[in-house]
Ligand binder design. Structure first.
Ligand code: EPU
Length: 419
C-alpha cells in the first residue's frame, strides 16, 4: 500500500508556488463542452481529479490536446452523447457538472450519480430543483439522473442551501437557455467567479457572480476562448497551516490574498505573523499558537476544506479550541487518527473540542478523504518521530506534487512504494 513517510519536527521554511484551483478546474473542464469551438485552459493543476475529468471528456468524444506550455485545449468536436455512464463518472464527484452541460447542449442528460469523498451524505436536490425550474423533467432511475427539456427556459431559482455545486450546475445549464435565470442565495466562492469569467469570455452573459444573486441571460451559442484558472486557495491554506504547525516560516506564492482572508484572520488570531503583498502571503510562527474556535461557513466564511488542516494546527495549540463543522455530517473521521498521534479530541456530532497538547508523536495513520489526508500530513510534519500516512490516493486527487513542494520547504517526506 502506498504511503507517505514523514520524519516530523523540522520547521518548514521557504516559498511554495501554488497551483491552479482544483475546484475551479473541475468546473471549467466540462464548461468547455458548451462552446462550439476549442477552449484553451491554462494553469490547470496536474492532479488526479483533473486527469480523471479530462479522461471522461475524452471518453465522451471531446478532443483534448496538452500544449507544450502546459495548457490544455478542449475541442467539443466529436462530442455528441448526452449519456455519461457510471464507469466513467464514478472517478470523481464533480462529474455531476455534466448534467448542466449536457442539458444545455442537447436538451437532455443522463448522468450516473457519482461517488466522492467519505465526508457524509452529499445530496444534489438543489441542482435538480434548478433544472426543474428551467423546465426540465428530472428523474432518478437505477442510480442515473435523467433530465430532459424540449427547450430550457430561464427562470428564478432560490437555493434552499448555499451550494457551490448547485450554483455552478445551474449556471452551466442556464448559459444556453432562453431568457433570464436568476439564482438567489447563490454560493460566492472564488471558483464561481472564475467560472463566470470563463463563461463570459466564451460569450455568455453572467452577472453578479461573487454575490448571492447571479443573473444569467441565455445566449444562442458560445465560442471557444482561452482562460487561466485561479490559484487554489485551499492548497495555499494547507501550506500556511503546515508552516504554523511546524513553527516555521512559509510563503505561498502565486495566490490571490483576498481569497485567503478568513484563514489569514484565524492565523493572526492564534498568534502567527501574517504578511501579504500582491500575489503572496507569508506566515511565520515561532512559539506555540493560541487555541481558537472556528465555525465552517460558505465563502467568505472559514472554508470547510480548511477545517481539517486547521485542526492539525490546533492539536498542539495552547488551550482548548472548539471546531464547529456546519456543512458536512462526517468531516471529523480523521480525528481518531489524530488521537493516535496523541491529540486530545472529543467529537460530538458536528462539533469537535480539541485540547492542545505540547507535541504530537508520529504514528501510522490512515487518510479517508482528501483534506483529512492533508491534515494528517500536517500533523506528521509537526510530530516527533516518524509517521506513515496511508490513503495517499485521496491526497493526490487534490494536491499537485505534494511531496516535491513539501521537500522544497525542507520537509523530510518520502513516498513508498514508487517514486
Ligand atoms: N447540499 C444540499 N443539497 C444540494 C447540494 C448541497 O443539501 O443539492 C448541502 C450539502 O450537503 C452541504 C452544503 O449544501 O451541506 C454545501 O454543499 P456544496 O454543494 O456547496 O458542496 P459541493 O459543491 O458538493 C464543493 C467543493 C467541496 C467543498 C464544498 C463546500 C467542488 C468540486 N467541491 O462541494 O470541496 O467542500 O463545495 O465549500 O467544488 C474538497 O475540495 O475537498 C471538497 C470536498
Amino acid at each position: 500500500m502506498t504511503k507517505l513517510i514523514i520524519q516530523g519536527g523540522t520547521p518548514l521554511q521557504g516559498t511554495v508556488r501554488i497551483s491552479g484551483s482544483k475546484n475551479a478546474a473541475v468546473a471549467a473542464i466540462p464548461a468547455a463542452l458548451l462552446a462550439s469551438g476549442a477552449s484553451s485552459l491554462e494553469n490547470l493543476p496536474q492532479i488526479k481529479d483533473v486527469e480523471n475529468f479530462v479522461g471522461i471528456l475524452t471518453d465522451l468524444g471531446a478532443e483534448i490536446r496538452v500544449q507544450e506550455s502546459g495548457s490544455v485545449s478542449i475541442h467539443p468536436n466529436g462530442f455528441a452523447t448526452h449519456r455519461a455512464p457510471y464507469e466513467q463518472v464514478k472517478r470523481l464527484r464533480a462529474s455531476y457538472y455534466l448534467l448542466g452541460v449536457l442539458l444545455a447542449r442537447f436538451g437532455r442528460a443522463e448522468v450516473a450519480l457519482p461517488g466522492g469523498c467519505d465526508i457524509g451524505p452529499r445530496p444534489i436536490d438543489q441542482h435538480l430543483k434548478g433544472f426543474k425550474a428551467l423546465g426540465a423533467e428530472v428523474s432518478l432511475e437505477h442510480g442515473v439522473v435523467k433530465a430532459a427539456a424540449r427547450r430550457l427556459r430561464g427562470a428564478p431559482v432560490y437555493l434552499d442551501v448555499v451550494s457551490v455545486g448547485a450554483t455552478i450546475n445551474i449556471m452551466l445549464a442556464a448559459t444556453l437557455a432562453e431568457g433570464l435565470t436568476t439564482i438567489e442565495n447563490a454560493a460566492r466562492e472564488p471558483h464561481i467567479v472564475d467560472l463566470a469569467n470563463y463563461l463570459n469570455a466564451m460569450g455568455a452573459r453572467v452577472q453578479g457572480a461573487g454575490t448571492d444573486v447571479i443573473r444569467i441571460r441565455g445566449v444562442r451559442e458560445l465560442h471557444g476562448t482561452s482562460h487561466a484558472i485561479i490559484p487554489d486557495d485551499i492548497e495555499a491554506s494547507t501550506y500556511l497551516m503546515a508552516g504554523v504547525a511546524t513553527r516555521g516560516d512559509v510563503t505561498v506564492d502565486n495566490v490571490i490574498p483576498k481569497h485567503l482572508e478568513a484563514v489569514m484572520a484565524k492565523l493572526r488570531e492564534i498568534g502567527a505573523e501574517v504578511m501579504e503583498n500582491g500575489d503572496w502571503v507569508r506566515v511565520a510562527c515561532r512559539g506555540r499558537p493560541r487555541a481558537a474556535n472556528i465555525k465552517t461557513l460558505p465563502y467568505p466564511g472559514f472554508p470547510t476544506d480548511a477545517q481539517q488542516p486547521f485542526a492539525a494546527v490546533m492539536a498542539t495549540a495552547d488551550g482548548v479550541s472548539v471546531i464547529h463543522e456546519t456543512l458536512y455530517d462526517n468531516r471529523f473521521g480523521y480525528m481518531n487518527e489524530l488521537m493516535r498521534m496523541g491529540a486530545k479530541v472529543k467529537v460530538a456530532g458536528r462539533t469537535a473540542v480539541v485540547e492542545g497538547v505540547e507535541r504530537l508523536l508520529g504514528a501510522p495513520v490512515q487518510a479517508n478523504d482528501l483534506r483529512a489526508g492533508a491534515a494528517l500530513v500536517i500533523a506528521g510534519l509537526s510530530a516527533e518521530g516518524r509517521s506513515d500516512v496511508y490513503g495517499v490516493e485521496h491526497v493526490e486527487r487534490g494536491y499537485r506534487d505534494l511531496l516535491g513542494k513539501l521537500r522544497g520547504l525542507g520537509a523530510a517526506i518520502d513516498r513508498s512504494p514508487g517514486s
